[in-house]
Design a protein around this ligand. Sequence first.
Ligand SMILES: Cc1cc2nc3c(=O)[nH]c(=O)nc-3n(C[C@H](O)[C@H](O)[C@H](O)COP(=O)(O)O)c2cc1C
Length: 363
Amino acid sequence: MYKTLMRPILDHLDSEKWHKNVKELLHYSEHSSATLKALEIFANCGSRVKDEKLHVNLAGIEFENPLIVGAGWDKTGRAVEALHRIGFAGVEVGSVLEKPQYGNPKPRQHMINSEVCLNWLGFNSPGMQKVSENLSKYKNSNIPIGISLGINKNIKGKDAPRSHAVVAEKLYDLASYFAINVSSPNTPGLRKLQNRKKLEEIVSAVLGVVSENETKKPIFVKIAPELTFDQIDDVIDLVLDKSIAGIIATNSTNNSEIRAKYGEHWLKKPGGLSGNDYEYKKLSTKIISHIYKQAGKKLEIMGVGGVNDTESAIEKLRAGAKALQIVTGLRGEGLSVAGKINKGVLKFIQTNGLKDISELIGN
Ligand SMILES: Cc1cc2nc3c(=O)[nH]c(=O)nc-3n(C[C@H](O)[C@H](O)[C@H](O)COP(=O)(O)O)c2cc1C
């Protein structure tokens, strides 16, 4: 019904504005247990799937299934409980910046088609103070919340470690894990921080925050799909050297060949492409496979890039991802995306006689 009735209408409307409207709708559904239940039933065609076979333990965090809302969908931390009710095990909030930032001029979020997005948001964020106020209501919810750490546009490279650490410190008690995001394509110079030396400084600064706290929170590094295998190997070495949790692969792509398929108009526009594009999906899965081949179970992999159905989820799990993130799939498939994938993965496990989801990972 979503694809035949709602989606064609949404395709004609401003993508960022409608994304915000849906987020606010989810936010307001959190005002009573009755509206949350109604949302759960609507999105899952009944109650959400809860089955031990889908449980994932990622760097010590218990997820009831492998699906997490990826960074960028809820940058402000306003709809965590509602996103959980529609079937996601956790939410990665952000990217969160030290200071509020407007981002790039609008329009800056476009649907190339109903399932493929081009975003040039440029780290719009209400800042860490506001995000911490928003998230405080979820403190005792037991819903795993990742905090994606970003930096304001005016932060110079040498100040980047401090700025990441400040956000981690501010949100420490509200986070289950941290993601160092130096891979967004829309902040000039940001991706240069993926360089081994610079990344090491940022990781060390965030580790410094972890060491000051009694409860140790895992750290992930999120990488761009444009990194070469040699560069990815440097990130793997760093993750293992520093004994941090793992890698989130991948961010959106600025690969011009992928964009060129959609014509001159989209080729010229700045931004990162995400969602159900065949080549982009394959690219991120190839990177997950490479990381798994190089590091096996020595680190954790969260797979992200075009996950929108059971097949694409299983593909990334088999490539070696233990958990999966979804952003654009929420727009392409609607609010039922997580429920459908969880049901599909569970059915796959049962019909293939597998013990549980762990037998899918890397196989
Ligand atoms: C509108 C939008 C905003 C995003 N903002 C962020 C962000 O702030 N931080 C980040 O690490 N990734 C961000 N991303 C990238 C996603 O987290 C994800 O890596 C990418 O979209 C691929 O996943 P998908 O195909 O499921 O969308 C954003 C993506 C979209 C579409």
